[in-house]
Design a protein around this ligand. Structure first.
Ligand code: OGA
Ligand code: MN
Length: 295
């Protein structure tokens, strides 16, 4: 089957057919997908009816896995292997999570625009999200093109952001949603990391804004001034002209480059409707800031 790529938007998003993600990929197929990612940043592969093992094997074509995405869930409560981020609203027994369930609360963070694992010193490269049970009228996933958002900044703002460094932590994104209590060991494991605000894609050389809900400070700036500026940039970067809205079909496999995009999920009736999406993630290429030491 020839690989075909059809653009969804001029600068980001494409549908790829002619790949069977259930099977081992040839080097040429992997290279074609990586080239598609470099060009489009978000690829939609429809009709991929994957088992967990097949999803893991397909993901490994793109580098080592990022594990432990469910870091706040105790191991004996996990529904999926720790190599998966469980993006469902289901518990281990297959029942829908209760309204006050801790995992449900943490998952609400996905409603904020973010880049996966930007709170890790080495942030994620690709995320691959498999739609096992999907919602069709709500629960869309939206993607923002951070390369186009960077390009559209005026020259003065580009100069201002060029060398800025932000602090990212899960604590900051949770605080935005009103989480106030963090255990002492969570404060240690969620210690902020440093990330450049402007990244350069290692293959295309394109610059992009590295924004995320996990940002809570800009190094050297008063905090309120930093957060007001980050809000301005977020508002700019998520204007409709930079956004692709993905409406799910069962067995879609959607993969995105966290280095050049942000994403968020939209609200759906999660207390009554099942949505079972499973994410695998590959590790990034390195630090964006060499001096990681932080207080
Ligand atoms: C994710 C995520 C959004 C969604 O898997 O990283 O943010 O649509 N998911 O569930
Ligand atoms: Mn995410």
């Amino acid at each position: 089957m020839p690989i075909e790529t059809r653009s969804l938007r001029p600068t980001m998003g494409a549908v790829v057919t002619g790949i069977d993600a259930r099977r081992p990929q040839t080097a040429a197929e992997v290279a074609a997908i990586e080239a598609g990612m470099d060009r489009h940043a978000v690829l939609v592969l429809p009709g991929q009816d994957l088992t967990d093992e097949q999803q893991l094997a397909f993901t490994r074509n793109f580098g080592p896995l990022e594990e432990g995405a469910n870091s706040t869930v105790r191991a004996n409560e996990l529904r999926l292997a720790p190599t998966f981020a469980d993006v469902s609203n289901l518990d281990k027994s297959g029942a829908k999570l209760a309204r006050d369930n801790k995992r449900r609360m943490a998952a609400l963070g996905n409603r904020l625009w973010h880049s996966d694992a930007s709170f890790r010193a080495v942030p994620a490269r690709y995320s691959l999200l498999s739609g096992r049970i999907v919602t069709t009228d709500a629960g869309n996933t939206e993607f923002a093109d951070m390369g186009a958002a960077y390009d559209a900044l005026d020259a003065a703002t580009k100069a201002e952001v060029e060398d800025l460094v932000c602090e990212h932590s899960l604590i900051y994104s949770r605080q935005q949603l009103g989480f106030a209590e963090f255990l002492p060991d969570e404060r240690v494991s969620m210690r902020p990391v440093l990330q450049r605000l402007v990244r350069t894609h290692p293959v295309t050389g394109r610059k992009s804004l590295f924004l995320s809900a996990h940002i809570g400070a800009i190094v050297g700036w008063p905090r309120p001034e930093a957060m007001a500026f980050v809000r301005d940039l977020m508002e700019h970067a998520t204007r409709a002209e930079f956004v692709y809205v993905h409406r799910w079909t069962k067995h879609d496999l959607v993969m995105w480059d966290n280095r050049t995009t942000m994403h968020r999920v939209r609200r759906f009736d999660d207390l009554n409707v099942i949505r079972d999406l499973r994410r695998t993630t590959t590790r990034g290429d390195g630090l964006t800031v060499t001096e990681q030491a932080i207080r």
